[in-house]
Unconditional design. Structure first.
Lengths: 137, 782
């Protein structure tokens, strides 16, 4: 594939897709979205890049080895379960906190978001690894 | 009789070795050989911490600690330190500290030391976990951890085939026993309605007559017998001598192999009244005790002599626990203590000899007392204890053992077995101590001389403690009362003395000692008279492994033949059989009442049908994939229509990626059009497809008739915000309510990715690519 149209479009689409993935990840707890879907969107953006250009450029674009994302994601997901144990709850019990930002408002955050981030990274890692490895064959 | 006290020290004491294990490799990098001394000192600190419990436990106190684990399952991580647990905890930490010190000098290379400390400390923690756990599940987890760390330690020199084989054998034998133990513990938990050993030991908690408890007994016994290398599972232990000697001294004499004995001792108050307990344990223990004592005197390798005599000692312990009398329990506790001290010391002595002279073959060793005088002292003192001579702890152990045997009705048989074992043990002692250290000086591969302090101090300390312990025990027998009572399950009067007057016990002792001395004098004749028992588990074990390999090959050819078509056909047929079978014979088929749906649903349904049929009949691969993708989009539309936007989004993205992956794979397929199979095959495939479709339709219809007013989704709808703090119900389920499931799923995802990478990247270079990737389309040619 060597299409100028696809390349030009990909430049815009990829950033849009990545922002969208982040958006899905962050709002997932209250609105449709979540780590799994966000991970697939982000993976799709990398796959799009690899189709518009080629696989080595896609790997450079990603900067990290996608295989590394898999275990980092697993560690984050497991780690998100540990804070609950310090309060005497079982592993993976959600812990929440409200962070005040003065006039801007309050941010309601908790370990489930961290868990979702772990899911996100694993899904991105697995999907990108598979797609790029197969495309490289 | 016991007062319970909660103690905050127990949990940190249990987790400390695991924390130290993480530090072991960095410590060793930073400090080199000194790291062994530091780690040994830290573990010795743990030993002192446990020592502080001795006065309390002697006064009859029992310390407990508890940590929430999975409250939803009624599971708590409960620890309990009673007399038996304290005795073992002291042995584990005390000998552990000495073995760390010894191992630091024994192992020369840095990389080996770091790994050794890591695994040994992990093992130490797991072993502490076994003896401190009151909860059955925790006990099992630690039990398995000792099997795994033992596997790592036996296979420590992993470049040697024999070490790997020995490690594998130990893991498989103890692992199978572990599975049996799990079944036994679960049966006990279900039967007794409690998951704490202390609760199950309460009078009336267990009905010793019931079949379930009998089954539980056999399962628990299988776990204990395999772990403690009882006949016919004994052969993994001598094979485990492939491990470095510090490991043998620790795991395979003083601690891990005693886990099985510990388990039996722990379970005696729970299962002791089961009728089979009274005959199975004495028979298995007695046979092990005699058979392996005979095998021991045929060995030439010092470590193997000690290994077989360890199995024999473990048999004696099992035998005593099986007798179940207060005398027997007293004997087993004294014996555990004495054996741990002298056997660890003798293993270290054997290791030092090997380290300094380059051989462990007793036939080429002699006169080492000149070159290695300190080690010789340790060997002699430990040997006195092992031989059961006064005033060592081993003498008291043997006297109590004889006393326990002669009060049984089968006195002649039992006393005979104990007598033969006692005499053969003395022969083994002479082979290990008298042979190498006395007599004329012999040539060895290296010229022997005394090793570094790390190589002689630990065995000397242990051997001296064995003698001092023997001397002091008659005075301070009250210290031994709590462990004996925890094993017996009721109050026992524990008193020990060297002199009972001239009675049958003393006569037996003298006969055993004289027979032993005569036996060593005429060793060649005794070896001819007592042929090596060929009956061991080795042949059965290797037969089992071969059988397993054969079944795996047949199974793989039958089910995993590499044809994706066949996989799908099997999955679909199994689904149809199970689903339709359940509907026809169990639940019955039902038609739901019609609920009116909008026209758009019919439109999507029509789209789905058209795309599916098109995907099945088209001749172009690309078109088929495009149609499958379109069908996926149709399903996503259905999710949108029935208000499941999350699932719809996921469906769309998964479909996109699947199409992309298919296209990536297509580049490797021959460019010819899809081959058309014969009419018969097409009919067969159509039949399978129809069966699967009919099943799913019937299941879906029937599911719709189920009353859903009380189902789980109502719960999640209501509690998503108050409990999960989210308004997206699906997401709160995924990341909060069912987070553990999700964690499991992403782990599976990661493992699957590793597998796929391996398949794609690591295929042999010379294989034609077409053969490898063609499974998708042409794997089946029938």
């Amino acid at each position: 594939v060597n299409s100028l149209v696809l390349r030009t479009a990909a430049r815009f689409l990829i950033s849009l897709l990545l922002v969208f993935a982040l958006f899905l990840l962050l709002r997932g707890h209250d609105e449709p979205g979540g780590g799994f879907v966000a991970g697939l969107v982000a993976a799709a953006s990398v796959v799009l890049f690899s189709m518009a250009y080629d696989v080595p450029s896609a790997r450079r674009f990603l900067r990290v080895d996608p295989r590394r994302l898999i275990w980092i994601g697993l560690l984050i997901a497991i780690g998100s379960g540990i804070p609950g144990m310090f309060t005497g709850d079982p592993f993976l019990t959600g812990q929440w906190a409200d962070i005040e930002f003065g006039a801007v408002g309050t941010l309601h955050v908790g370990t489930p978001l961290l868990f979702d981030l772990g899911v996100f990274l694993v899904v991105v890692g697995v999907a990108v690894t598979l797609a790029l490895t197969m495309a490289e064959e | 009789m016991a007062t319970l006290t909660t103690n905050d020290l127990l949990l940190p004491a249990l987790f400390a070795p695991f924390g130290l294990a993480l530090l072991a490799v960095p410590f060793e990098r930073a400090l080199g050989r000194w790291s062994a001394r530091l780690l040994a000192a830290l573990v010795a600190g743990l030993f002192v911490a446990f020592l502080t419990f001795v006065p309390g436990v002697t006064d009859g106190e029992v310390y407990t600690a508890s940590l929430g684990w999975a409250p939803a399952l009624d599971l708590a991580f409960t620890l309990r330190l009673d007399g038996l647990a304290l005795l073992f905890a002291l042995l584990i930490t005390g000998i552990g500290a000495l073995v760390l010190y010894y191992g630091g000098d024994y192992l020369s290379s840095t990389a080996a030391r770091g790994r050794f400390f890591l695994f040994l400390l992990l093992f130490l923690g797991s072993m502490l976990g076994i003896v401190l756990s009151d909860n059955l599940v925790a006990l099992f987890v630690f039990w398995e951890l000792t099997s795994i760390t033992s596997f790592m330690l036996i296979g420590f020199e992993h470049t040697r085939q024999s070490a790997r084989d020995a490690a594998q054998q130990a893991l498989i034998v103890t692992g199978m026993g572990g599975l049996a133990l799990l079944a036994g513990l679960v049966l006990l938990g279900i039967h007794g309605g409690a998951w704490e050993v202390s609760a199950l030991a309460e009078p009336g908690a267990i009905d010793s007559e019931s079949a379930m408890v009998l089954a539980a007994f056999w399962c628990v016994a299988a776990g204990a017998f395999t772990k403690s290398a009882q006949f016919p599972f004994h052969s993994w232990l001598p094979a485990a001598m492939a491990a470095p000697t510090p490991v043998s001294a620790y795991l395979h004499s003083a601690t891990m192999v005693k886990a099985g004995v510990f388990l039996l001792a722990r379970m005696h108050p729970v299962l002791g009244d089961v009728a089979a307990w009274g005959w199975a344990l004495p028979i298995v223990g007695g046979v092990t005790m005699v058979v392996t004592a005979v095998i021991a005197i045929h060995q030439t390798d010092l470590k193997r002599i000690l290994a077989y005599s360890t199995v024999s000692a473990l048999g004696t312990m099992t035998f005593l626990i099986g007798l179940g009398t207060p005398f027997a329990m007293k004997a087993v506790i004294v014996f555990i203590l004495a054996h741990a001290l002298y056997k660890a010391a003798l293993f270290m002595v054997a290791g030092t000899i090997d380290h300094e002279t380059g051989t462990r073959d007793r036939t080429v060793l002699g006169g080492l007392r000149h070159a290695m005088p300190v080690t010789a002292v340790a060997a002699v003192l430990a040997g006195i204890s092992m031989a059961g001579l006064p005033p060592a702890a081993g003498f008291l152990a043997k006297e109590t053992l004889f006393a326990a045997a002669v009060e049984e009705p089968l006195i002649v048989l039992l006393a005979g077995a104990v007598l033969i074992t006692g005499a053969l043990t003395l022969v083994a002692v002479a082979m290990v101590v008298a042979g190498p250290f006395f007599g004329p000086v012999r040539e060895t591969p290296r010229h022997g001389h005394e090793g570094t302090p790390g190589l002689w101090f630990p065995p000397v300390l242990l051997a001296v403690l064995g003698i001092i312990g023997g001397l002091l025990t008659p005075l301070g027998a009250s210290v031994l009362t709590p462990p004996v009572e925890s094993v017996y399950g009721a109050a026992v009067d524990v008193s020990l003395s060297f002199w009972h007057g001239v009675d049958v016990v003393l006569i037996l002792s003298i006969v055993a000692i004289s027979a032993g001395i005569a036996g060593y004098w005429q060793l060649a004749m005794v070896q001819r008279l007592l042929p090596v028992a060929r009956a061991n588990g080795d042949a059965a074990f290797h037969g089992y492994l071969e059988g397993l390999g054969f079944v795996a090959v047949v199974h793989t050819r039958l089910i995993q033949n590499g044809s994706l078509r066949r996989y799908i056909a099997i999955v679909m047929l199994a689904l149809a059989a199970a689903g339709l079978g359940m509907l026809l014979w169990q639940d019955g088929f039902a038609t739901p009442a019609y609920e009116s749906v909008g026209l758009e649903v019919f439109a999507v349904a029509a789209l789905l049908m058209v795309t599916s049929i098109a995907a099945a009949v088209t001749r172009s691969r690309l078109r088929a994939v495009a149609f499958v993708g379109a069908a996926g989009f149709g399903i996503a539309l259905l999710f949108v229509l029935f208000s499941a936007p999350d699932i719809a989004m996921t469906q769309v993205l998964v479909d996109i990626l699947i199409v992309v992956l298919f296209v990536a794979v297509f580049r490797h397929l021959p460019t010819t059009a899809r081959s058309i199979p014969s009419r018969l095959i097409r009919l067969r495939d159509a039949a399978i497809a129809v069966a699967a479709g009919v099943t799913m339709t019937a299941l879906t219809w029937t599911v719709l008739t189920v009353d859903r007013s009380q189902d789980v989704s109502t719960y999640f709808m209501e509690s998503a915000y108050p409990l999960g703090q989210g308004r997206n119900v699906v997401n709160t389920i995924l990341v909060d309510f069912r987070a553990l499931d999700t964690l499991g799923e992403i782990v599976v995802l990661a493992v699957a990715a590793v597998g796929i990478i391996a398949v794609l990247r690591l295929r042999p270079e010379d294989d034609a690519p077409a053969n490898q990737s063609s499974g998708i389309e042409t794997g089946e040619t029938s």
